[in-house]
Unconditional design. Structure first.
Lengths: 322, 582
């Protein structure tokens, strides 16, 4: 009882802190010069991280197994990973990800705590097939992979949006310092309007478009790196799942819907890497593939569970509206 | 100077080159002799064998650059994955795709030539990247379709659910589904053919594109003009710096450094260039293993009540033409005990089966209690615990018995199991047999109902607590479970697992990027250029950090003084005279 109350308190604190943080983020987007506010939103993310950590630990102690056994728990875990990604100093320095990770944390937590999943909040029992050391390896790697791939493909979505938008406004004071890369030092960002879409490779000639191209290149590059890491985790996750399946279900591959969709996701991101091999394909084409990947991850992570079919059905749930 | 930078391996030259290389060693060493050197242990080591002065002159007569080059290439051959130096690299291997993989023999007949031509065409067609991408798309789409269409149903099911008048999702009709074998997508000819095609593409691409690409990456050359160096993705010019200092700093950051006069080449993470090949080979290995699994395995499942036996070979059925039974198939399995664990809430937490394996002579060769996630492996086959059911109730009625009442599974909506049996009351021959119903969800408790179907009570097996129903005293002695076992042999597993291992390893390594740096001493200034194949964003920052450490030369002469430290004095001072055109 105490545990569940504690859980309740922690999730609510975390959620309200994150939503506050998002609001502050939005304010800093509109009004440039509030550095203190920006700092406070960063502190909010850290607070929220500790709350989710506390929540997961409480759940772990309370249920006696790793809190990864149903969809609600994996959503919480996903938002935990996203907040970790948000805080990794190496990525933070680049500052492309924090506008993506913070809202993602917010939305996953919001979804997890929303009324839709109330019947899953109780930590359930572990069915026989889940009682294995592989649970930790497989599920954590998969969720880690999902989180990184979601971030990476969102960067690609951002790239597409920026490429196809006629008016770009680059805001956020903080980004300025980070965006001027090593080759151009200290040039500040300017708000710029583009009426004509130009071929990116030639637009270097146009100084107004230069920053846009820079931004696109940086987004492309960071999207690629993060998808690379996510792909690695996805690979490890799928393979450890296969090894586990060979212990528990009697075959390393069963063409279970969840497995199949994870494999489809894997294939799509493999295509992403192959398109990038081709020099002309860098940028837009690969970004389109990555955004397809974004939807596939959600089908794999959420859609298959919603249907509740196949061997992975312990993750399934029904949406209740109350 | 090259020896200085890469101390490993120089002493292990091949005998044929030894006489030639030796003076050059000595030359390098001898130049060191006159300089202050307390910095690098490697240098001190190489100084131990001092040369006669004559060889020094000898070597100087040779163009020192050429000697260095020989030395460098020699050294690299000893180094496993380092690039061999070849100046003509660009000429013959610049574009991997054009490289002819099938070299026509000089005296071959027209037929064999045309065959080779054809095979070359097929190869180049298969290694076409857009084709491979298309294949992956098709496979992804087929797999998605396979999860959308219900698999493995009877034709009637498809007639009903995918009628031609109103195709589901707009295009799926039963005619399509059945004609293309999409009712069993993952073994349908279309899907397997696409996979095979992808496999062929993988092989062709590895052979015709990737291996030549690595060869190109392994070749390198010094850059002679500042313009060429500046053309790299990253470039920088340091006004007062020496190339030697840069070399030392690059070495300190884990680069392999090669130095010839004013020119420097350094690389790191060449292994990253090999990973695409590794990933492809791992995928092929997994495909081969999966094929082996599909054609050479046996499977079967059996539900055995506690206390009974079965022979492994009777249960297993072959899956393909490569399935050959082994001796171990004559093993007999005896189910000693089936038991279940429960949570406090009463739900099943785990089930165990105690198995004994008996050989032909009836001798026990192995005994193990298996459970879900803990299978038994013996002689190439594996026994998994997958399921359970209740086979019988042992009931004593009014002191008679015990009777074994077989339990039957009752279909109730929901995934919970329910088993039931009936104890007939009165004459069995009567047209309307009535009896006491007994229901059980698991082995813990039995629910009893009387002849009218009214609830009477709950009893635990083994409790020996009698229950009175319609004047009868009934004791439930025991509930006998049966264990659902799955058996298989799979010769593909070791292959697939090694493929998994290779895939994980190569994907991990592929995060590494291959970084290359060129530098050229241009007067007193140093031109630096570099490129990286993956970590393009971080690469610039890393180089900048390293360049910050390069000491600035206050006065450019052979005895230059640096601001930074006494150590750097040493590093800067033993410069090759040719490195500094005054």
């Amino acid at each position: 009882m105490i545990f569940s109350t504690l859980e309740h308190i922690l999730i609510h604190i975390s959620f309200s802190v994150v939503s506050l943080g998002i609001t502050i983020h939005l304010i800093t987007l509109l009004v440039d010069e509030f550095v203190e506010l920006y700092d406070s939103s960063e502190k909010g993310m850290i607070t929220s991280f500790f709350c989710i950590t506390g929540l997961l630990v409480t759940r772990w102690i309370y249920s006696g197994h790793l809190p990864l056994s149903n969809f609600y728990e994996s959503l919480i875990f996903l938002s935990w990973i996203l907040s970790i990604i948000h805080m990794v100093p190496y990525l933070k320095k680049q500052n492309y990800l924090s506008p993506i990770t913070a809202p993602s944390t917010f939305f996953t937590q919001g979804f997890a705590t929303s009324g839709l999943l109330t019947n899953m909040h109780q930590s359930g029992i572990l069915v026989p097939a889940l009682q294995s050391q592989w649970l930790m390896m497989h599920v954590s790697m998969m969720v880690l992979g999902y989180a990184a791939l979601l971030c990476g493909s969102l960067l690609s979505v951002a790239l597409i949006v920026i490429t196809f938008r006629k008016v770009i406004r680059i805001i956020d004071n903080d980004k300025r310092a980070n965006l001027n890369s090593f080759s151009i030092g200290g040039t500040p960002y300017i708000t710029k309007k583009r009426n004509v879409l130009r071929n990116t490779s030639f637009s270097f000639l146009y100084s107004r478009n230069y920053y846009k191209v820079q931004l696109i290149q940086q987004l492309d590059h960071w999207g690629f790196r993060i998808i690379g890491i996510g792909f690695l985790f996805l690979t490890i996750g799928i393979l450890s799942g296969a090894v586990w399946a060979n212990e528990a279900w009697g075959s390393y591959w069963n063409w279970d819907p969840k497995e199949t969709w994870a494999f489809i996701t894997w294939t799509i991101f493999a295509i992403y890497f192959h398109i990038r091999v081709n020099k002309n394909g860098e940028g837009l084409n690969s970004a389109i593939i990555a955004s397809i990947g974004f939807f596939l991850i959600w089908i794999c992570y959420f859609g298959v569970n919603l249907l509740g079919i196949g061997l992975h059905s312990y993750g399934s749930f029904t949406l209740t509206s109350n | 100077m090259e020896v200085l930078m890469t101390p490993a391996g120089t002493l292990h030259q091949s005998p044929s080159r030894l006489h030639f290389l030796k003076p050059c060693h000595n030359f390098v060493n001898s130049t060191f002799k006159f300089k202050p050197q307390h910095l690098y242990t490697s240098r001190n080591r190489s100084r131990t064998q001092l040369p006669p002065p004559l060889t020094l002159i000898n070597c100087k007569l040779k163009s020192s650059g050429e000697v260095m080059k020989q030395n460098a290439s020699k050294k690299i051959e000893l180094w496993n994955s380092a690039p061999p130096l070849s100046e003509e690299a660009e000429k013959n291997g610049g574009s991997g795709k054009e490289e002819d993989p099938v070299k026509a023999g000089s005296g071959s007949s027209a037929v064999s030539r045309s065959v080779k031509k054809l095979s070359r065409k097929v190869l180049s067609l298969l290694s076409n990247l857009p084709l491979a991408i298309g294949e992956m798309f098709v496979i992804a789409a087929l797999m998605a379709l396979g999860t959308v269409i219900d698999q493995g149903e009877t034709p009637e099911y498809y007639f009903q659910n995918y009628p031609e008048e109103s195709p589901s999702y707009g295009f799926i009709t039963w005619r399509w589904v059945l004609a293309l074998g999409f009712d069993h997508m993952f073994s349908s000819p279309v899907f397997l053919a696409t996979l095979a095609l992808l496999g062929a593409s993988l092989m062709a691409c590895t052979y015709t594109t990737q291996i030549p690409l690595v060869k190109v990456a392994r070749r390198w050359k010094f850059m002679d003009s500042p313009e060429a160096v500046r053309k790299q993705d990253f470039s920088e010019t340091l006004p007062q710096a020496s190339v030697q200092d840069l070399g030392v700093i690059l070495m300190g950051s884990g680069y392999e450094v090669f130095l010839k006069g004013p020119r420097l080449y350094a690389f790191k993470g060449l292994v990253g260039r090999y990973t695409p090949i590794g990933v492809h080979l791992a995928m092929l290995l997994i495909m081969v293993g999966a094929t082996l699994s599909a054609t050479g395995s046996f499977r079967g499942s059996v539900t055995v009540p506690q206390g009974l036996n079965f022979v492994v070979g009777d249960v297993l059925g072959p899956s393909g033409f490569l399935s050959f039974p082994t001796e171990a198939f004559s093993t007999e399995v005896h189910v000693n005990k089936f038991s279940m664990d429960y949570y406090e809430s009463g739900e099943v937490s785990q089930f165990h089966t105690d198995l004994s394996l008996l050989n032909l002579d009836g001798k026990e060769v192995m005994r193990k209690t298996i459970s879900v996630n803990d299978p038994l492996r013996y002689g190439g086959f594996t026994i998994y615990q997958t399921d359970w059911s209740i086979s019988a109730l042992q009931v004593v009625k009014d002191g008679e018995g015990p009777f074994n009442l077989p339990m039957a599974p009752l279909k109730v909506n929901g995934d919970k199991k329910l088993y039931g049996t009936i104890l007939p009351v009165g004459s069995i021959d009567a047209p309307n047999v009535k009896g006491i119903s007994m229901l059980a969800r698991d082995l813990q408790s039995i629910v009893l109902y009387d002849q009218e179907g009214k609830f009477v009570g709950v009893r635990r097996p083994n409790s020996k607590l009698p229950i009175e129903i319609d004047g009868m005293k009934i004791i439930i002695e025991d509930a006998i479970g049966s264990s659902g076992l799955e058996l298989k042999t799979d010769p593909g597993v070791p292959v697939v697992y090694s493929g998994f291992g290779a895939l994980m390893l190569t994907t991990c390594i592929s995060i590494l990027s291959h970084a290359q740096i060129w530098a050229l001493q241009d007067g007193t200034s140093l031109v630096i250029g570099g490129k990286s194949n993956r970590a393009k964003g971080e690469f610039g920052g890393q180089i900048n950090r390293m360049l910050d450490q390069v000491p600035e030369l206050v006065e450019s002469s052979s005895s230059s003084v640096t601001k930074q430290s006494k150590d750097m004095v040493a590093a800067a001072s033993f410069t090759d005279p040719s490195a500094r055109p005054s």
